[in-house]
Write a protein that binds this ligand. Structure first.
Ligand code: HEM
Length: 153
């Protein structure tokens, strides 16, 4: 009889614990903070922006000298590296396997004016796909954080 009472007490204690934790979690749901990656619409949405950005750079005479001699495949690799970098920086499931910004841009002699022109193309690409202001600013903040490693003059 003692054993049965003990078992019932134990069972009751367990159910109280379970219902308490269930009601606690119902009251305080886990904070779901979306990553910038999710807010931007995921990989394909970021890829659309990057492709448009690169098309704008590639068709702007100012950037011709920087891309001269690039094979189609090297251009594809550059595109993939920029996409992976944005995706990873935004908290997405990508891994950036390119070089450091300082290493890959060193010696190109990129000026402040080149930077401004590239930044304008990126803003135009973000606007084309109607990326909301908050997400646009967050991505631009990441890009601007790299300026010191890209601009030389
Ligand atoms: C808007 C900000 C910029 C971002 C986010 C950016 C990002 C990148 C990335 C991720 C790479 C690939 C590095 C690698 O393959 O290891 C790269 C390479 C390169 N970037 Fe930029 N870049 C920016 C601005 C510029 C500007 C303003 C220019 C020229 C005016 C430029 C010219 C180049 C060139 C020529 C390469 C290829 C270097 C090589 O493979 O030898 N970039 N950039």
């Amino acid at each position: 009889m003692k054993r049965i009472t003990l078992a019932i007490t134990f069972f009751l204690a367990l159910s109280v614990c379970a219902s308490t934790s269930a009601s606690t979690s119902a009251k305080t749901p886990p904070q779901e903070k979306k990553t910038l990656y999710a807010r931007l619409g995921g990989y394909d949405a970021i890829a659309l922006v990057v492709d448009d950005f690169i098309t704008r750079l590639a068709t702007d005479k100012r950037f011709e000298k920087f891309l001269t001699g690039f094979s189609d495949d090297s251009k594809k690799r550059l595109r993939q590296h920029i996409l992976d970098q944005f995706c990873a920086a935004a908290g997405g499931p990508c891994v950036y396997t390119g070089r450091e910004m300082r290493t890959s841009h060193k010696g190109l002699g990129i000026t402040e004016a080149d930077w401004d022109a590239a930044a304008k193309h990126l803003v135009a690409a973000l606007d084309k796909y109607k990326v909301p202001a908050a997400e646009k600013n967050d991505l631009l903040a990441f890009v601007v954080s790299q300026k010191k490693d890209i601009v030389e003059k």
